[in-house]
Design a protein around this ligand. Sequence first.
Ligand SMILES: C[S@@+](CC[C@H](N)C(=O)[O-])C[C@H]1O[C@@H](n2cnc3c(N)ncnc32)[C@H](O)[C@@H]1O
Length: 320
Amino acid sequence: METLTQLSQFAQDILEGLKKTNKSINSKYLYDKIGDSIFQKIMEMPEYYLTRSEFEILTTKSKEIVGLLSKDKRDINLIELGAGDGIKTKILLEEMLKKGLNIEYFPIDISNNILQELQKSLLIEFPKLKVSPINMDYFKALKYINTKSNQRNIILFLGSNVGNFTYSGAAIILAQIAHFNKSGDLLLLGIDLKKDPRIIQNAYDDKDGISAEFNLNVLRRMNTELGANFNLNNFSYYTYYEPFSGEVRSFIHSKIKQKILLRNLDTTIEFEANEIVHTEISKKYSLKELEKLANESGFKVEKHYIDKASYFTDSLWKIV
Ligand SMILES: C[S@@+](CC[C@H](N)C(=O)[O-])C[C@H]1O[C@@H](n2cnc3c(N)ncnc32)[C@H](O)[C@@H]1O
């Protein structure tokens, strides 16, 4: 398995983010071993409709989707950005293998822990599947694979992962996907749709505090990996949905004025009382906005697969 010197990259990015006037932590760092397991709890929360909606789409439409994905090719590189535990991808994998397609699966994830879990479970569930995990950030992985072979590349970007970018950030990563693949290659993009803002707000502000635990865990991660001395009781989680931009914006809030030592980096970071650290955005789209995004980043929308409640779409895009 490919590995990165993630710790030093983690340390560098954390330092850079916490030294800014408006402090921030990249959401990709929320996923360590503990973060991965908290995220699995989030996916089961009654408020977190996203996983259930996408599950419904993939279970009811997998035959049709796989039919389109494999129309004229039987040899496929299946590249997944931010694969996580692959629970929904396995629905597609099962259908593809049933059809006798020859697949090499490249799950990409910044969390080495979840990639190893995924690899173990795939070995049990699909022992014949060729799996080549890549433990890298999306951007690095796209350059690393740069697969221009004759085979069809199918890129999966499920679970509203692209929602962790702003609209312009999403346009950049999607253009990279188009650049590092070939005209005619396909992307299946899981996107959370704009809906009643209260439903969205609740999904990120659950009453049991699991989303809070997920965000605050990054402080614990800094304690472990950077020798920091964060007391999690002195911080809280704050999130809100802004319906015009379609962005859920999440933060860590410092309850008191405090100084935190990052021992391994020989640095102290000061927090004012009520200072906030931006941790995550989760952008929601209208179908119109999605069509625009596709056109601007080098794709053509082939079809939107939408769940019954119209909460979520898995949209099939083709590189032009
Ligand atoms: C919201 S989870 C979704 C997982 C899965 N796609 C699903 O739908 O259940 C996001 C996953 O993407 C990974 N991830 C987040 N940012 C990443 C990045 N910049 N590069 C690579 N992986 C990333 C996380 O580690 C996590 O496993």
